[in-house]
Design a protein around this ligand. Structure first.
Ligand code: GDP
Length: 482
């Protein structure tokens, strides 16, 4: 096994400011398969740590005899074979990166071999035999964090990039990866730190620093800090929509065409469509992509009064789903009269985000748009789930509702991560407490306590104030080889 040889603090501006476990971090050399084990054209194995070159040299036979990997320039590629005791395992290209200019900020070797799971495993086993340790899930990214190359929010963004399911989620993660969130948080943290330092100095050295009139000055500054926190927090709702999709509930009385609509949107036949009223008993959930946004659609059981116990559970769940939804698509059967079921549904929708869909537009119209909109003042469209008519307009409408003003990733950050949201909220609360202390005329050292709490909470986002357990938990969610 690899020997622990070096304390890693490379790339860190001031190691003494970091939590102890970060300073104590030692690096052995790790290896893993970075590409999926599915059999593909190319597979990549990664080695990272001080022994990377030594280990790679033991298994790599360069095409040009006598070439020594560690003596080659960084970012160069080298052609040759992976060889185990004279036996060629695969023909490969090896890419070398030197500390601190690599993903992990450590010496790194990437072996590009053929992407068969057997051959990749065989090379991995060989690397482990030659002294590397099998990397834990997320350990490469964890090292990038521990070595100070990226902060915790950026490390989490790596995972978000991997998991992004739509264009906005991807853009938001990439912007966070580039440091958009860290920038804002660090800025706010520094300003808070300045105030703490000022109070401290004034209490220590009243001759040179006066606290006269300071509460008023601080109150003004706090107003701006809280405003900043609020604007970041406000983005978190949009952030959730970006990440998880718009929670959309399709509701309407039985047979209105809810399942048909869902299928039309999905372009497949996941939900069961029947002619018998009340057959969609459960809630189906599907993700659909719409102009770069994700809609997470709940196809709910038809809402109507029922004595059937199984069906009535479905109705309850439909009402609940409608309650929690970001958007409700209320499907009306326009070929039929508006009945008591519709009136009951309408009664519960007044304060919701609703689009009225007059379905079955391919049949003669019995219920006209005005008959619904005069009872429920919401945007409405004629559609046909069967022919697909009106679905483009529906997409336009949803897009304009959720992307009003458009989403920009240049100057706005989106708090997509719940952990970050909680920390931000705590920071804001602490700042409010400082306000309260000022209002109550409490002495200045009271301010410091809450300022410190705000400072710490913000540090949780960037990873400057987190414990080892949390770091381990965050990185354990990563996939292997990342
Ligand atoms: P649900 O109970 O609200 O989920 O309704 P379904 O989607 O199961 O549809 C009920 C019936 O209406 C089925 O026979 C569908 O084929 C039919 N249907 C749904 N949408 C349309 C449409 O736009 N036009 C016509 N002509 N029939 C439709």
């Amino acid at each position: 096994m690899a020997v622990i040889t070096e304390t890693e603090t490379r790339g860190v501006e001031d190691a003494s400011k970091r939590p102890l476990f970060l300073i104590m971090y030692k690096s052995d050399t790790i290896a893993a398969i970075a590409t999926p084990m599915t059999g593909s054209g190319i597979g990549v194995l990664r080695i990272s740590g001080v022994e990377s070159f030594a280990i790679a040299e033991k298994v790599f036979e360069p095409w040009k005899k006598g070439k020594i990997l560690s003596e080659q320039s960084a970012y160069t590629v080298h052609y040759g074979n992976i060889v185990d005791e004279g036996e060629i395992i695969d023909e490969v290209i090896v890419l070398i990166m030197k500390a601190p200019h690599s993903y992990t900020a450590e010496d790194t070797v990437e072996i590009n071999c053929h992407g068969g799971s057997f051959v990749m495993k065989k090379i991995l086993e060989l690397l482990l035999r030659k002294g590397a340790r099998l990397a834990e899930p997320g350990e490469f990214t964890k090292r990038a964090f521990l070595n100070g190359r990226i902060d915790l929010s950026q490390a989490e963004a790596v995972m978000d990039v991997i998991q992004a399911k739509n264009n906005y989620a991807l853009q938001s993660s990439v912007s966070q990866l580039k440091g958009s969130l860290v920038g804002k948080i660090k800025d706010l943290r520094e300003k808070i730190l300045y105030e703490m330092a000022f109070i401290e100095s004034a209490l220590d050295d009243p001759e040179h620093y006066s606290l006269d009139g300071y509460p008023t000055v601080l109150r003004e500054k706090l107003d701006r800090f809280i405003e900043e926190a609020d604007s970041i927090l406000l983005s978190s709702e949009e952030g959730r929509v970006i990440r998880e999709g718009i929670r959309t509930a399709i509701i309407g009385k039985p047979n209105a065409g809810k399942s048909s609509l869902m299928n039309a949107l999905l372009g497949s036949s996941r939900a069961i469509v029947t002619d018998m009223a009340g057959t969609t008993r459960d809630i189906l959930e599907e993700q659909i992509q719409l102009r770069g946004l994700s809609l997470s659609i709940l196809d709910t059981a038809g809402i109507r009064k029922t004595d059937d116990p199984v069906e009535s559970i479905g109705v309850e769940r439909a009402k609940k789903a409608a309650e929690d939804a970001d958007l409700i698509l209320y499907v009306v059967d326009s070929s039929d009269i508006l009945d008591e079921n519709d009136r009951e549904i309408i009664a519960g929708l007044a304060d919701k985000n609703v689009i009225i869909l007059l379905n079955k537009n391919d049949l003669p119209t019995v219920t006209k748009m005005e008959m619904v909109t005069e009872q429920l003042q919401k945007p409405a469209l004629y559609i046909s789930a069967r022919s697909g008519e009106g679905l483009e307009e529906l997409s336009d409408l949803i897009e304009s509702m959720f992307l009003s003003g458009g989403i920009s990733f240049n100057d706005q950050v989106y708090l997509t991560n719940i952990r970050h949201q909680t920390a931000m909220r705590n920071a804001k609360n602490s700042l409010m407490m400082v306000m309260e202390s000022i209002e109550k005329g409490l002495p200045e050292d009271f301010y410091s306590i809450d300022l410190m709490d705000a400072y710490e909470s913000l540090g949780e986002i960037t990873g400057e104030a987190v414990g080892e357990d949390l770091v381990n938990e965050i990185f354990s969610k990563f996939c292997m080889g990342k």
